[in-house]
Ligand binder design. Structure first.
Ligand code: CP
Length: 303
């Protein structure tokens, strides 16, 4: 495909090709000369309609390491505030001879809508509560780096699942790679449709941690919550928070992940987030190589 809209559309072979390509780029960016000329004639626009730190900077760095020309657009401070539509905004950017669009948008399906209306390559950098494919790729890549082949490994995804695009993309990626997936959180934060996805669903965080090799702990997304949910943040951290005392009581080694940004003391305490269990900053480091791989593979279809 010329786009990366979601993990749902990828095969296991596609994911392995991305990982092998990312392995090569990870070697490249650890050398004194970090740049390669692969995307020298390609222009990429990073189009962000929603806030981001990691994804936005990681794509920009990946593009620069590949020698692409890069422009950055944020809806805040733009003519979106004067009422310009998504399609008009993107068509105006494309009129400046841009080849690829990396887009984050708060509406699920926004990149799929664009793909039906424009000819440039599109990479989904997170569409509302739907998918965040490069996050799932960098997550699975980081898991594989720490524990080896994911076939048969147990991965628990803990937290605010209903508002999470990271959860859905992780489930698709992990299942394609042969991992067993458990979902853990309060019933109010787990969507009903997940029961048909072949994942185990539990509400006891101790049970999830006792079962898993890897726990991917997700953020409580207050900005997406329309109504006052049970539990409150205080109740959440009491009943679902991952903390050192809980991990120590299990007497086993678990790899702890989090896509960021962390609500410290809510879903994860600092004594876990900053401990030897955590590969949170490895995830961020790997994000650049994984995004280089995605852009490099898609660039083969530009034109
Ligand atoms: N993990 C992630 O998507 O972080 P940002 O929202 O900061 O990009």
């Amino acid at each position: 495909s010329k786009h990366l809209l979601g993990i749902k559309d990828l095969t296991k072979e596609d994911i392995h090709l991305i990982f092998e390509t990312a392995d090569n780029f990870k070697d490249v960016i650890n050398r004194p000369i970090k740049k390669v000329p692969s995307l020298r004639d390609i222009t990429i626009a990073n189009v962000f309609f929603e806030n981001s730190t990691r994804t936005k900077l990681s794509f920009e760095l990946a593009e620069k390491r590949l020698s692409a020309d890069v422009i950055n657009f944020s809806s805040s401070g733009s003519s979106v505030k004067k009422g310009e539509t998504l399609l008009d905004t993107v068509n105006n950017i494309l009129a400046m001879k841009v080849d690829m669009i990396v887009m984050r948008h708060s509406s699920p399906g926004a990149p799929h809508f664009l793909a039906n209306h424009i000819s440039a390559n599109i990479v989904n950098a997170g569409d509302g509560t739907h998918e965040h494919p490069t996050q799932a790729l960098l997550d699975a890549y980081s898991m594989r780096e720490r524990v080896g082949d994911l076939e048969g490994k147990n991965v628990a995804i803990i937290g605010d699942i209903i508002h999470s695009r990271v959860a859905l993309s992780n489930i698709f990626a992990l299942q394609k790679l042969g991992a067993n997936v458990m979902i853990c959180g309060p019933a109010t934060l787990i969507p009903k449709y997940l029961s048909s996805f072949g994942v185990k669903i539990v509400s006891d965080v101790r049970e999830a941690l006792a079962w898993c090799d890897i726990a991917n702990v997700l953020r409580i997304q207050l900005e997406r919550q329309q109504i006052k949910y049970f539990p409150s943040l205080r109740e959440y951290s009491l009943y679902f928070g991952v903390n050192k005392q809980l991990l120590d009581s299990l007497n086993k080694e678990i790899v702890i992940m989090h896509p960021g940004p962390i609500n410290r003391g809510v879903e994860l305490t600092s004594d876990v987030a900053d401990s030897h269990h955590s590969i949170i900053l490895d995830q961020v480091e790997n994000g650049v190589a994984v995004r280089m791989a995605v852009l490099y593979l898609l660039a083969g279809t530009v034109g």
